[in-house]
Design a binder for this molecule. Structure first.
Ligand code: ZN
Length: 389
């Protein structure tokens, strides 16, 4: 046992031959953060223990939790990124943690990247929402729609960070719901956007800079997860963060981590999110504000809203008249007190003819019994029925 343990430790410490290695081949998940849920306290103590020389508190949340920025690199290309502006989107926080442990094992890759760029990464811009696993902050403000009002404390610190340096690029890191596919079949595991600067969606130089980076990421990732990369809608949102930052002159790229088949804790998404983050930074370091190759962005399929988590087909209700219909169900992610992982609670979203949508899980209920205290499944309520043979 001891020998096995030592061998494993030795293997983990042994450095690989980087010249033949791709980042995706050496990807490591940070073992201190195995769950989709990240406790802010745990993250803060990890950053203090492991990166104390590189972190700075840039402000505090409504509930006085710290907001940390980690700065890494000595290059001349300045990049700003932020995670968990929406508290219930931990993929990007994981991606940065995974990127750091992976690059620690590949010092040549790390040096090559961070000699060219300087990355300021704001972890958990919304720590109060992250604690409760909610999109909104403690006073129920969506930080991503608060650009002009500045009614949240947190958005002011982000804007202050942006004003502190002339950033060449920004990465606005999010997650999207399971409803999106790239083609009606494959989940949009990762979607990207070069946001619009106006209602006309003009192809500006700054948008092309973003598109060129996204195109490079797409070129790498389409080999690894074919048909699972999408393009987010470029409709102009006048109150949202990315649209306003790019309008003000900072090329801002949107990342959206999405569904991965049979993997609601998004470990697969987390892995490819990390790989996408690495290739985005690498592309930034090589392009250095050039727009070469931006046209490839237009080849990326646009996100389509086509799926529910579960669709029960041909459900025969306990009504006096014959009533056969479909029931569509979507999980809600809930953080229960005292648990260190989120729970998935099924809610009824639609009852009737759901032919135009598919379910990640399709259950044919033909000839089966609908067992419920009510005659109809109640909309927007927890699933309280059973289907039996
Ligand atoms: Zn978001």
């Amino acid at each position: 046992m001891l020998i096995l343990f030592s061998l494993k430790k030795w293997l983990n410490l042994t450095l690989v031959n980087y010249s033949t290695m791709n980042f995706e081949k050496i990807y490591l998940q940070n073992p201190d953060f195995p769950n989709r849920y990240i406790s802010p306290e745990k993250l803060f103590s990890y950053l203090q223990s492991n990166h104390s020389d590189y972190i700075q508190e840039i402000g505090t949340s409504y509930l006085e939790k710290p907001i940390y920025k980690l700065s890494i690199g000595t290059g001349t290309i300045n990049v700003l990124a932020w995670s968990q502006m929406h508290g219930n989107e931990s993929n990007a926080t994981h991606a940065m943690l995974d990127l750091l442990v992976t690059l620690d094992k590949a010092p040549e890759l790390k040096e090559e990247l961070f000699n060219k760029i300087k990355l300021d990464f704001i972890f958990m811009l919304n720590p109060d929402g992250s604690e409760k696993w909610t999109r909104l902050n403690a006073v129920e403000i969506d930080l991503n729609r608060d650009f002009h009002n500045e009614s949240s404390k947190e958005i002011k610190f982000l804007k202050k960070a942006v004003a502190s340096t002339k950033y060449d690029y920004a990465l606005n890191l999010h997650e999207q719901r399971t409803i999106f596919t790239t083609d009606g079949v494959h989940p949009a595991t990762l979607s990207f956007l070069a946001p619009s600067e106006n209602y006309e969606r003009t192809l500006t130089e700054n948008r092309k800079k973003c598109m060129a980076v996204i195109a490079e990421v797409y070129n790498h990732l389409k080999e690894l997860i074919p048909n699972q990369i999408g393009r987010y809608s470029d409709e102009f949102y006048p109150t949202s963060t990315g649209d306003n930052f790019i309008k003000a002159g900072m090329p801002t790229i949107l990342f959206e981590g999405g569904h991965f088949i049979d993997d609601y804790t998004r470990k697969g998404t987390r892995k490819y999110y990390t790989i996408a983050l690495y290739y985005a930074l690498k592309a930034i370091s090589e392009l250095n504000s050039d727009t070469a190759g931006w046209e490839t962005y237009l080849e990326i399929p646009e996100n389509q809203e086509t799926h529910y988590d579960i669709v029960y087909r041909n459900v025969k209700l306990n009504t006096d008249h014959e009533c056969i219909l479909d029931v569509a169900v979507q999980y809600r992610e809930i953080k229960e007190e005292g648990k260190d992982e989120i729970s998935f609670v099924p809610f009824v979203m639609e009852v009737g003819d759901v032919r135009r949508r598919k379910g990640w899980l399709e259950i044919d209920c033909t000839g089966k019994k609908f067992i419920s205290a009510t005659k109809y499944p109640k909309l927007d309520a927890v699933v309280d029925f059973k289907i039996e043979d």
